[in-house]
Write a protein that binds this ligand. Structure first.
Ligand code: ZN
Length: 130
Protein backbone atom coordinates (compact mmCIF):
# COMPACT_ATOMS: atom_id res chain seq x y z
CA UNK A 1 0.00 0.00 0.00
CA UNK A 2 1.31 3.42 -0.93
CA UNK A 3 1.97 5.72 2.00
CA UNK A 4 -0.20 8.60 0.80
CA UNK A 5 0.61 10.84 3.76
CA UNK A 6 4.34 10.25 3.25
CA UNK A 7 4.09 11.02 -0.48
CA UNK A 8 2.18 14.24 0.19
CA UNK A 9 4.71 15.24 2.86
CA UNK A 10 7.54 14.68 0.36
CA UNK A 11 5.70 16.81 -2.22
CA UNK A 12 5.30 19.59 0.38
CA UNK A 13 9.04 19.47 1.10
CA UNK A 14 9.81 19.74 -2.62
CA UNK A 15 7.46 22.73 -3.00
CA UNK A 16 9.14 24.45 -0.04
CA UNK A 17 12.53 24.03 -1.75
CA UNK A 18 11.07 25.33 -5.01
CA UNK A 19 9.68 28.37 -3.18
CA UNK A 20 13.14 29.13 -1.80
CA UNK A 21 14.61 28.91 -5.31
CA UNK A 22 11.74 30.95 -6.79
CA UNK A 23 12.27 33.79 -4.29
CA UNK A 24 15.82 34.18 -5.57
CA UNK A 25 14.67 34.69 -9.17
CA UNK A 26 11.82 36.98 -8.03
CA UNK A 27 9.19 35.74 -10.46
CA UNK A 28 5.83 36.88 -9.04
CA UNK A 29 3.63 34.45 -10.98
CA UNK A 30 5.86 31.49 -10.13
CA UNK A 31 5.79 32.45 -6.43
CA UNK A 32 2.00 32.71 -6.49
CA UNK A 33 1.62 29.34 -8.21
CA UNK A 34 3.98 27.67 -5.74
CA UNK A 35 2.06 29.19 -2.81
CA UNK A 36 -1.19 27.85 -4.29
CA UNK A 37 0.39 24.43 -4.81
CA UNK A 38 1.61 24.44 -1.22
CA UNK A 39 -1.90 25.21 0.06
CA UNK A 40 -3.45 22.50 -2.11
CA UNK A 41 -0.96 19.93 -0.81
CA UNK A 42 -1.68 20.95 2.79
CA UNK A 43 -5.41 20.39 2.14
CA UNK A 44 -4.67 17.03 0.50
CA UNK A 45 -2.57 15.98 3.50
CA UNK A 46 -5.40 16.83 5.90
CA UNK A 47 -7.97 15.02 3.75
CA UNK A 48 -5.73 11.94 3.47
CA UNK A 49 -5.26 11.87 7.25
CA UNK A 50 -9.03 12.00 7.77
CA UNK A 51 -9.56 9.21 5.22
CA UNK A 52 -6.91 7.10 6.94
CA UNK A 53 -8.74 7.49 10.27
CA UNK A 54 -12.10 6.66 8.69
CA UNK A 55 -10.62 3.60 6.97
CA UNK A 56 -9.18 2.35 10.27
CA UNK A 57 -12.57 2.81 11.94
CA UNK A 58 -14.36 1.00 9.09
CA UNK A 59 -11.91 -1.93 9.21
CA UNK A 60 -12.31 -2.21 12.96
CA UNK A 61 -16.10 -2.18 12.65
CA UNK A 62 -15.93 -4.81 9.91
CA UNK A 63 -13.84 -7.11 12.15
CA UNK A 64 -16.29 -6.70 15.01
CA UNK A 65 -19.25 -7.52 12.74
CA UNK A 66 -17.42 -10.53 11.31
CA UNK A 67 -16.78 -11.75 14.86
CA UNK A 68 -20.47 -11.38 15.69
CA UNK A 69 -21.45 -13.29 12.54
CA UNK A 70 -19.01 -16.11 13.37
CA UNK A 71 -20.40 -16.36 16.89
CA UNK A 72 -23.96 -16.28 15.63
CA UNK A 73 -23.56 -18.90 12.93
CA UNK A 74 -21.49 -21.35 14.99
CA UNK A 75 -23.67 -21.29 18.04
CA UNK A 76 -27.23 -22.13 18.80
CA UNK A 77 -27.81 -21.80 22.51
CA UNK A 78 -29.95 -24.10 24.57
CA UNK A 79 -31.70 -22.56 27.56
CA UNK A 80 -30.65 -24.39 30.72
CA UNK A 81 -32.59 -22.94 33.61
CA UNK A 82 -31.92 -19.20 33.32
CA UNK A 83 -28.59 -19.47 31.47
CA UNK A 84 -27.45 -20.82 28.10
CA UNK A 85 -25.30 -23.80 27.29
CA UNK A 86 -23.74 -24.56 23.92
CA UNK A 87 -23.24 -27.95 22.34
CA UNK A 88 -19.66 -29.12 22.85
CA UNK A 89 -18.68 -26.29 25.19
CA UNK A 90 -18.09 -26.48 28.91
CA UNK A 91 -19.87 -24.22 31.33
CA UNK A 92 -22.93 -22.01 31.16
CA UNK A 93 -23.27 -18.66 29.42
CA UNK A 94 -24.95 -15.31 30.02
CA UNK A 95 -28.24 -14.90 28.13
CA UNK A 96 -28.06 -11.10 28.29
CA UNK A 97 -24.59 -10.91 26.73
CA UNK A 98 -25.46 -13.39 23.98
CA UNK A 99 -28.89 -12.01 23.11
CA UNK A 100 -27.82 -8.38 23.25
CA UNK A 101 -24.27 -8.40 21.88
CA UNK A 102 -23.72 -11.93 20.46
CA UNK A 103 -20.91 -12.41 23.00
CA UNK A 104 -20.42 -15.71 24.76
CA UNK A 105 -19.72 -14.80 28.38
CA UNK A 106 -19.17 -17.81 30.62
CA UNK A 107 -21.02 -17.33 33.91
CA UNK A 108 -19.53 -18.33 37.25
CA UNK A 109 -21.31 -20.08 40.08
CA UNK A 110 -21.93 -17.89 43.12
CA UNK A 111 -20.84 -19.11 46.57
CA UNK A 112 -23.59 -21.13 48.26
CA UNK A 113 -24.45 -18.45 50.83
CA UNK A 114 -25.42 -15.97 48.07
CA UNK A 115 -27.34 -18.26 45.75
CA UNK A 116 -30.79 -18.20 47.32
CA UNK A 117 -31.09 -14.41 47.47
CA UNK A 118 -29.75 -13.24 44.08
CA UNK A 119 -29.40 -16.33 41.90
CA UNK A 120 -26.99 -19.16 41.17
CA UNK A 121 -24.85 -17.70 38.38
CA UNK A 122 -23.08 -14.40 37.81
CA UNK A 123 -21.82 -12.97 34.51
CA UNK A 124 -18.31 -11.51 34.93
CA UNK A 125 -18.90 -9.18 31.97
CA UNK A 126 -22.30 -7.57 32.57
CA UNK A 127 -22.57 -8.54 36.27
CA UNK A 128 -26.08 -9.96 35.83
CA UNK A 129 -27.12 -12.74 38.17
CA UNK A 130 -29.31 -15.66 37.17
ZN1 ZN B 1 -23.45 -11.01 30.68
Amino acid sequence: MVDVLGAIQNAISIVQKLRTVAKKIEHAELNTLLADLSNELADARMEAAELKTKLAEALSEKEELRGRLDTRSSATPVLDGKVYRFEGEEGRFCTGCFDGRQKKSRVTKLPKGFRSSIGTWECPICKATY
